[in-house]
Design a protein around this ligand. Structure first.
Ligand code: HEM
Length: 514
């Protein structure tokens, strides 16, 4: 290379780096002083780039929620948490945000899941509505009620497994047992073939633990949307070779199994005596052929199994932990259950049904308290209006006009752990639901939305409620439990990987007593 060429190269590099620095300076100044969100309160370092968010989301493993809470304490109910997103902590605004059927989901947030053809991750409100419609009937209260005997079959399996482990004096990993139960129920309902995880001797420990260990990928994929596609390119044999304990291999095998189920749907394979949700979507007249592809069925299958497993499983684990560590609450529930069983003439070996336990106030309050304190969908739920502004008026009277395209988020935890509405929010106290005055109860109910709200709220909520009711009623009626090697750290939400994860990843363990 000649001297002249060297000088030319240096000049080009110099110009390029000056250009990049100038652009960065321009961007920082623009975002701080001229951006339409520049009057929204918040720290400057969150407003100038997504680096601060990335740091706490990824490098600190799902801890941005703690920073967001600190920002609210300092700056008030509306804050700017990255250059294009504001977060609001104000119960009065929930309906404006989540019940507004015109709003889209925020694509840059929901891309974290790496699945874009499911109803859950559909950005556009219209596409979501088209995809949700064919599933709605199957998850309706009336249809879920019809399928109670199928759910009871899995409750019976769960009880049998616990009985067997009790006889062997072995501790039970109920976190994994509940996940297996929830997987079996949801696949029984939605897939051509049921998984039957409950029959596995160690409650699929490798698989379930690895799901927990890899859940941080959601945050990484949100910031770098090539993470999941890259992981999926790794051949299964390589994973099996390096992953000696098999958990990661089990996760890959699970994906392959979900793909096989999607293929079975495409081939119209049917092996059950009830309509299976995925087959019904595929055969629905309400959907055009472009909605009946392999990718589409796979996405829906993947989301249904993910959404229906971890949430229900972790809520039951939270319920179990808090009940056992609060003996007087446990006793009160047992008395209520025994009374209901006696009134219905239930023999000890039989199962309590929904009709027997649905009206029980203390049982219902206990489940509500577990849903509130555990808030299994922990992450912020951002929405945006692509064509019109969203307006927010703070309690101070100041109005913010958030321009079209702004991502506006709120978090269920802010509502469920609001100490003005739920005093001592981290105390497990089912009686708060029974002792509140009607006026106070109205305020509590308004802030209580573990399944979300509006058109995007959980489609599986009736199924989830029935699962929670039947498992809690039957297990705590039939067995006496004590905690084994488990502390409050095993259930307290710590990481935000959209779902809440405790700091300690080993789950809730119990011993069933004689
Ligand atoms: C305790 C149990 C559960 C809780 C707390 C829960 C909570 C939630 C929440 C908060 C959302 C809204 C998420 C968002 O706005 O982005 C949601 C959506 C969803 N949930 Fe659940 N869920 C539970 C159980 C289930 C079950 C058993 C299923 C069954 C298959 C299920 C399937 C879904 C689906 C498909 C969506 C997306 C709905 C849509 O976008 O139209 N969930 N869930």
């Amino acid at each position: 290379m000649t001297l002249l060429e060297n000088i030319n190269l240096l000049c080009t590099l110099g110009l390029l780096s000056t250009g990049i620095v100038l652009y960065a300076v321009f961007l920082v100044i623009y975002r701080l002083f001229f951006h339409p969100l520049s009057d929204v309160p918040g720290p400057w370092y969150a407003a100038i780039s997504t680096f601060y968010e990335f740091w706490w989301d990824c490098l600190e493993s799902g801890r941005y929620w703690t920073k967001i809470r600190e920002m609210h304490q300092k700056y008030g109910p509306i804050i700017r948490i990255n250059p294009r997103e504001v977060h609001i902590n104000d119960v009065a605004f929930t309906n404006n945000l989540w019940s507004n059927s015109k709003l889209d989901k925020d694509p840059l947030f929901y891309r974290g899941f790496g699945i874009n053809k499911a109803a859950f991750t559909s950005v556009s409100a219209d596409v979501h509505s088209m995809r949700r419609r064919p599933m709605a009937y199957f998850f309706s209260k009336a249809n879920v009620a019809k399928l109670e005997p199928r759910i009871l079959k899995w409750v019976q399996h769960l009880c049998d497994r616990i009985e067997q482990l009790k006889a062997e004096h072995r501790p039970i990993d109920v976190s994994n047992a509940y996940r297996c139960f929830a997987t079996d129920v949801v696949t029984d309902y939605a897939f051509p073939n049921t998984r039957e995880f409950l029959l596995d001797p160690d409650f699929r420990a490798g698989f379930n633990n690895m799901i927990r260990d890899t859940s941080a990928f959601i945050n990484w994929n949100r910031h770098f949307p090539f993470v999941y596609p890259l992981v999926r390119l790794v051949p299964r044999d390589w994973i099996a070779y390096f992953n000696k304990y098999g958990g990661l291999t089990a996760v890959v095998d699970n994906q392959l199994e979900v793909k096989a189920q999607a293929r079975a749907v495409l081939n119209s394979e049917k092996s059950k005596d009830i309509p299976v949700i995925l087959n019904e979507i595929f055969e629905s007249d309400a959907l055009p052929p472009s909605e009946k592809t392999f990718d589409r069925i796979f996405s829906e299958a993947y989301v249904v199994i993910q959404a229906g497993t971890e949430t229900t499983g972790s809520t039951l684990a939270v319920l179990t932990y808090y009940l056992i560590s609060n003996p007087s609450t446990y006793e009160e529930l047992k008395v209520e259950l025994n009374k209901a069983a006696k009134a219905a003439g239930s023999a000890p070996g039989s199962l309590l049904t929904c009709q027997m336990v649905e009206p029980l106030p203390f049982l219902q309050a206990t489940i509500k308290e577990a849903l509130r304190i555990g808030t299994s969908v922990f992450g912020r739920l951002p929405r945006r209006n692509p064509i019109a502004a969203i307006t927010y008026t703070a309690p101070s009277g100041k109005t913010y006009v958030l321009p079209p395209g702004t991502s506006v988020s709120m978090s269920l935890t802010d509502l469920h752990w609001n100490k003005d509405i739920f005093p001592n929010p981290l105390e497990f106290n089912p009686s708060r639901w029974l002792e509140a005055t009607p006026e106070k109860l109205r305020v509590m109910e308004k802030a209580f939305m573990p399944f979300g709200r509006g058109v995007r709220q959980c489609i599986g909520l009736e199924l989830a409620k029935q699962e929670l009711l039947l498992v809690a009623a039957n297990l705590f009626w039939k067995f006496d439990f004590e905690l084994w090697n488990t502390t409050i750290e095993d259930v307290t939400p710590y990481h935000d990987f959209f779902a809440s994860w405790p700091a300690n990843n080993k789950g809730v363990w119990v011993k069933a007593k004689n």
